[in-house]
Design a protein around this ligand. Sequence first.
Ligand code: PLP
Length: 391
Amino acid sequence: MITLRPNSPPVRILLGPGPSECAPEVLQAMTRPTMGHLDPLFVALMDEVRTGLRALYRTQNELAFPISGTGTSGMEAVLVNLLEPGDALLVGVAGYFGARLAEIGRRVGARVTEVAGEWGRALGPEDYRRAAAGKRFKALALVHGETSTGVVADLAAMRGVADEFGALLIADCVTTLGGMPVEIDRWGVDGAYSGTQKCLAAPCGLSPVTLSPRALESLAARKTQVSSWYFDLALVRSYWGQDRAYHHTAPIQNVYSLHEALRLLLEEGLEARWQRHEHNARALWAGLTAMGLELLVPERERLLPLTAVRVPAGIDEARVRRFLLEHYSLEIGGGLGSLKGKIWRIGLMGAGSKRANVELVCGALRAALVEQSWKAKDYPLPAVHAFYATV
Ligand SMILES: *Cc1c(COP(=O)(O)O)cnc(C)c1O
C-alpha cells in the first residue's frame, strides 16, 4: 500500500524573491466554500476584482483581470496577443526576466532585438536607441523591477522612447505592483502583467494583466489568430467581461484570496503601501551597509521590494542560506544566471515588508556571516533604528 505523509509545513519567514508572506486574512479567504464559477455571487466578486485591479494599476483600461496562472503566464499572454510572427520586438535584457521576455518573444515568432546591459545596472533610453538603430518596432518590452538583479527601470521615461519606434510599450510589473508606483495610464503603458505572490501578498497562481485601448486596437487588427487558445485574451476577456462565456474554470479560492488582498491593499491605501515598502527597504540598506556589506545596485537604480547584496569574499553563500533556514526559519534568495553564487536577494514584499523583518534579517545575516569568521564592521541595528527615527 502506498501512503503519503500528511503535509504540515513550518511557518517560514519568506524574505526571498517570492513567494512572500500572505496576510492571514488572505490565507483564510482561501478556506471559504467553493461556489460555482458562474454563480451570480461569484460573478459579482469577479467584477470587484476587476475594479480593484484597475485601482491598483492606476488605469481606466477596460481590460484588467487576472490570468489563471503565475506571473509567467501573464508574460506569455501579453506577448502572444500583442505580437504576430514576423513582428519586430525590442526587449531590455539586463537580467533573468528580461531574458525570459526575449525568449518568449522568439517562441511567438517575433524578430527579437535585445538591448543588452550589465546585470545590476539599469538600461537607459540611450541604450534602447542604440540597439534600435533607427528601425521601427511593433513593441518595446521591459522588466520594471528586475527581481534577478534588484534594479528598477525608469518606466515613466519609456513611453517617449517607445513612440520613437512606433512601438507599443509592454512592462513586467510582477515585483513592482503593490510595492512601488506603477502608473499604467500616466506612464502610457499598453500592456502590463504581474503576479499575486510578490507585493500583493497573496498565494501564487494568478497573474493580473491589463491592456490599453491602443493594445486592444492592435489585437483587433491582427492578421493571424492568437496561437494560444488558453491565453487568447479576447476569449478570456469575454469570460471575465460582460458575456461570461465559459472559457475555463477560474480558480475559485485563488480569486477569493486576490479579492481579499486587493481589499486590504485599498484599505491601507496605495501611497501608504508604497511608502511602507520604501521605508523598510531603506532601513534594510542602512543596516546591511553598517555591517560592511555591499549592495549590488547603485542607490538611484535600486528596486525597493528586493535588494541584491554582494557575497563577501571567502563566504560560502549557500551555507549562509542554510544557516538562516535552519536557525531562523528564514528564507532569502541566492543569485540567478551570471549572479549565481555572487549575491543574495532579500525581498521585503507585501505583508513581509515590516520593521520586525528588517531587524530580523540584519541580525540573522550577521550571525550567519560571523559563523564563517567574517568580520562585521558594525552592529546593524543602531543604523536601522537611526533610520526609522528619521521617518
Ligand atoms: C517572479 C517574476 C516573474 C515570474 O513569475 P512566476 O510567478 O514565477 O511565474 C516574472 N517577472 C518578474 C520580474 C518576476 O519577479
